[in-house]
Design a binder for this molecule. Structure first.
Ligand code: HEC
Length: 252
């Protein structure tokens, strides 16, 4: 009787071991697959313009304060200072016909032109602003000084990569190893082409303020587009994703 029970138990154990041996690779594979999938999926950042509110009306020349929040599964939350504020952009666009402008914006929604994308993901905005002087000259002033100068694209490409001193004052621009020569060239070409336009401005930062530009006041609607491009995931930083928010305010 006892022998029979032992024999039965041993058989049962063998059967169980065999069964689990068959199943284990599947279980392992499944888990591995899930694990792999989790790791390789970057999530798009969620960007919100907290203020101003959509459709609010401001007087020309008044200061408009703005605040943007960013939440990204991989990079973190702007409210916990986990997002570099200088990588959060606000585009301010004065337009007449909002529906036409919105169509165009939707078309370019997924990706910035390469020159602008490089500005956004390098550290340029720590020292430069598009229309006003910061530590370095504004991109607008750089355009005014060099646009008509022969070979200036090549000269400035070289200065972006290797640094610059004594051309605008006593502060030095350090060399930049984040960009290669063709990216730096795209940056300068984008700056020349886009910073003269008085109906568009870009600000870097999760909060700040801007003045409603009276010289653009034949254009009554102002589209505000906030955006943030994330850093992808650890092993695949080039899977960057962009998130954005858009509102319209009006000048009076
Ligand atoms: C640490 C601050 C700092 C950073 C970061 C920085 N710059 Fe500058 N930049 C300066 C300063 C200061 C000058 C003025 C240097 C001078 O007087 O020659 C300058 C000058 C320039 C000039 C004009 C150079 C010339 O020959 O007149 C360009 C173009 C420029 N920066 C583009 C960029 C771009 C694009 C980036 C990002 C990839 C960038 N800078 C990052 C501080 C910075």
């Amino acid at each position: 009787m006892l022998k029979g029970t032992v024999f039965f138990t041993i058989n049962l154990l063998i059967v169980l071991i065999l069964l689990s041996a068959i199943h284990l690779p599947f279980i392992a594979q499944k888990n591995h697959f899930n694990f792999y999938k989790k790791q390789s999926q970057n999530h798009a950042p969620v960007v919100k313009i907290l203020s101003p509110k959509n459709n609010s009306v401001y007087r020309w020349n008044s200061q408009v304060s703005y605040e943007i929040s960013v939440s990204d599964k991989e990079d973190g939350e702007s409210k916990y200072q986990e997002i570099n504020p200088k990588e959060v952009f606000l585009e301010i666009k004065y337009v007449n016909d909002t529906s036409k402008a919105l169509d165009l914006i939707k078309k370019n929604d997924q990706k910035d032109p390469p020159g602008l994308a490089a500005i956004k993901t390098s550290n340029c905005m720590n020292c430069h602003a598009f229309k006003s002087k910061l530590i370095g000259p504004s991109f607008y002033e750089i355009t005014r000084r060099y646009e008509q100068v022969a070979n200036s694209v090549d000269t400035l490409t070289d200065h972006i990569l290797n640094g610059s001193k004594g051309r605008w004052g006593n502060v030095q621009m350090p060399s930049n190893d984040k960009l290669n020569a063709s990216e730096a060239k795209e940056v300068i070409e984008w700056i020349f082409k886009n910073t003269r336009d008085s109906t568009v401005n870009y600000l870097a930062g999760t909060e700040g303020s801007f003045r409603l530009n009276a010289s653009a006041n034949s254009l009554k609607n102002i589209i505000l587009i906030a955006s943030y491009t994330d850093h992808g995931i650890k092993d695949q930083p080039h899977q960057n994703m962009k998130g954005g928010d858009l509102i319209i305010i009006h000048g009076k």
